[in-house]
Design a protein around this ligand. Structure first.
Ligand code: NAP
Length: 244
């Protein structure tokens, strides 16, 4: 795929799946903005990725920071073509033990963060009359998961948000799609117990955990010209875990 005339912002991309997405876009020639919480880390990741990659700090819960991020992207690269809403966190525990603050934090970052970023990016993309937005949801947004009521609600919410935004933005040439990863090897899943990892693996028909690269490839398809007639869709990248 050739993205050499495209600029891409990936939120939460200093490490994990977001970093792999940024790397793949850069390898395909795109101008990439690595965006995350810490200045030193975004700069380090951007310089390791190389090519036309820059690092800009932005917290997805801070709409002023996001506005500066998109303004800087447009000033530096001339357009904002692709937004990947990837930043996300977990605060897992059983619902009856869950603090209100852990509910709010997960919903604020995973769901409201995507709304704030999409709203601001869409304003720029609407003027361009083109754009691609890809939201990183999760299979637990489709199936639910004990111990993840806050996380699965945020990821299910992201799917409803994806479909509604897709309907609102289609007439301006902007597509909005979602990728729902399954069990992917990153620092987020490293924290799971061996028993939980084994349970996931037993239920994956393709019999291996996913990699950040598996997710990045699906994101790039949605962002590519080949997907120009696809909007409001979700694809699970999960080795068959949730197939119906
Ligand atoms: P990760 O390794 O924990 O990376 C998440 C990144 O997001 C980190 O760099 C983190 O920064 C950043 N971040 C956290 N809060 C942020 C905020 N408020 N604003 C901007 N950036 C923020 O996670 P991952 O496994 O790569 O997951 C990436 C996405 O895929 C998430 O949305 C996750 O829910 C989703 N997902 C992952 C899996 C999986 O199996 N790994 C499965 C399904 C879905 P810090 O390092 O500073 O905290």
């Amino acid at each position: 795929m050739d993205f050499s005339d495209k600029s891409v912002v990936v939120t939460g991309s200093a490490r994990g799946i977001g970093r792999a997405i940024a790397e793949q876009f850069a390898a395909a020639g795109a101008s990439v903005v690595v965006s995350d919480l810490d200045q030193a880390t975004v700069e380090k990741t951007a310089s390791e990725i190389g090519g036309k990659t820059i690092g800009i700090v932005a917290n997805v819960t801070d709409s002023e920071g996001l506005e500066s991020l998109f303004k800087a992207t447009k000033e530096k690269f001339g357009s904002l073509d692709i937004l990947v809403n990837n930043a996300g966190i977990t605060r897992d525990t059983l619902m009856i033990r869950m603090d209100e603050k852990d509910w709010d934090l997960v919903l604020d970052i995973n769901l409201k963060g995507a709304f704030l970023a999409t709203k601001l990016a869409a304003k720029i993309m609407m003027k361009q009359r083109s754009g691609r937005i890809v939201n990183i949801s999760s299979v637990v947004g489709l199936t639910g998961n004990a111990g993840q009521t806050n996380y699965s609600a945020s990821k299910a919410g992201l799917l409803g948000f994806t479909r509604s935004a897709a309907k609102e933005l289609a007439s301006r040439g902007i597509t909005v799609n979602a990728v729902a990863p399954g069990f992917i090897q990153t620092e987020m899943t490293e924290a799971l117990s061996d028993a939980a990892k084994e349970k996931f693996l037993q239920n994956i028909p393709l019999k291996r955990p996913g990699t950040p690269l598996d997710v990045a490839r699906a994101v790039m398809f949605f962002a590519s010209k080949d997907a120009e007639y696809i909007t409001g869709q979700v694809v699970a990248v999960d080795g068959g875990l949730t197939m119906q």
